[in-house]
Design a binder for this molecule. Structure first.
Ligand code: XMP
Length: 325
């Protein structure tokens, strides 16, 4: 099948167009898959969630979703995947708690690209193990979207399933491969996925692992996760969710002196990053109201264990990248 979006394909901008796309895809997926089984790595990101919802509609329990919790997801994300897909959509979902495996492999590794490689390789290993446990899988579904094809060839790099061994070569199922991101969101909404899943900000494959700078430790990773949750909650409450392109916190691997409850403290800082961009190649910093930054600072230093300072990153891209690693 061609990898070029047909010129005749109308841009999916409305619920009605999304429903027509869904009906057409459901038919095509049923024809392709028949009564066989399909495997999908379900991260909970927009693309894999929409693929899952589409396949559930088309082939129900013939879809086996594998959600690998590598310990680097945001607060509440693994729980949301289980709630939405297992409990609400009644999907066949395998939840793999691989937190210890990933964190043990990452222990003591400080170099960013090494960390990324370990996370990617371990993901393939865990997914492969789960694939081998399943009987009769013939298809592998992927949340490939059109920009992935334009940018990186046939296999969605950050889904990390490009490296499966030869004896696990399944036929690919890629129902979103001609859609742009905004169209995927319209389709996701039409499929009944929650807004928190469909309209979420971009999140890197290695997750919080690249925001817990240097060698990851469990306590510092928790500080990243908790401060990120506070930032997201406050941005949502103050109308910045959906307005700011990407926002998150970073916890570096050094401490500074402070004072807490009248005593000297020696703890980590949290750095807040909030940026806007069109294509992630360049980015500008969001002008976050100072009073809100003060409130977030107050909450993070009070609620997050091991943190005594909050800083705001004023650097555009270039010279900074969006992530710190
Ligand atoms: P940078 O930091 O390069 O980020 O300015 C640009 C965009 O890419 C995301 N990003 C990643 N996404 N795997 C991913 O899937 C990665 O290793 C990775 N590193 C950065 C980043 O969050 C931003 O949206």
């Amino acid at each position: 099948m061609s990898n070029v979006r047909p010129e005749s394909m109308e841009r999916i901008t409305t619920e009605a167009l999304a429903q027509a796309f869904i009906a057409e895809q459901v038919e095509a997926l049923r024809a392709q898959i028949g009564n066989k089984k399909v495997l999908l790595a379900l991260s909970g990101g927009v693309d894999s969630s929409v693929v899952a919802a589409l396949l559930i509609k088309a082939v129900g329990k013939q879809l086996v979703c594998v959600h690998v919790n590598h310990g680097l997801l945001r607060k509440g994300e693994p729980e949301q995947v289980v709630k939405v897909f297992r409990h609400e959509m009644n999907a066949n979902l395998v939840y793999v708690d691989a937190v210890d495996r990933f964190l043990d492999k990452l222990a003591g590794v400080a170099e960013p690209e090494k960390k990324r490689k370990i996370i990617g390789a371990e993901f393939i290993r865990v997914f492969e193990e789960e694939a081998r446990k399943q009987e009769g899988i013939e298809f592998l579904a992927q949340g490939t979207i059109y920009p992935d094809i334009l940018e990186s060839g046939p296999v969605k790099a950050h889904h990390n399933v490009g490296g499966l061994p030869d004896d696990l070569q399944f036929e690919l199922v890629e129902p979103l491969k001609f859609l742009y991101k905004d169209e995927v969101r319209v389709v996701g909404k039409a499929l009944g996925l929650p807004d928190g899943m469909v309209f979420r900000q971009p999140f890197p494959g290695p997750g919080l692992g690249v925001r817990c700078l240097g060698a990851i430790t469990r306590d510092r990773l928790e500080a990243v996760r908790e401060s990120d949750a506070i930032l997201r909650e406050e941005f949502a409450k103050n109308g910045l969710e959906g307005k700011v392109w990407q926002y998150f916190t970073i916890v570096p691997d050094f401490k500074s002196v402070g004072v807490k409850e009248g005593k000297r403290s020696f703890e980590w800082p949290v750095i807040i990053r909030a940026v806007n961009t069109r294509d992630a190649m360049t980015a500008t910093v969001e002008d976050v109201p100072f009073a809100l930054l003060q409130h977030i600072t107050e909450r993070i230093t009070r609620e997050v264990k091991g943190v005594n300072r909050v800083c705001f990153d004023l650097t555009p891209k270039p010279t900074g990248t969006i992530e710190w690693e």
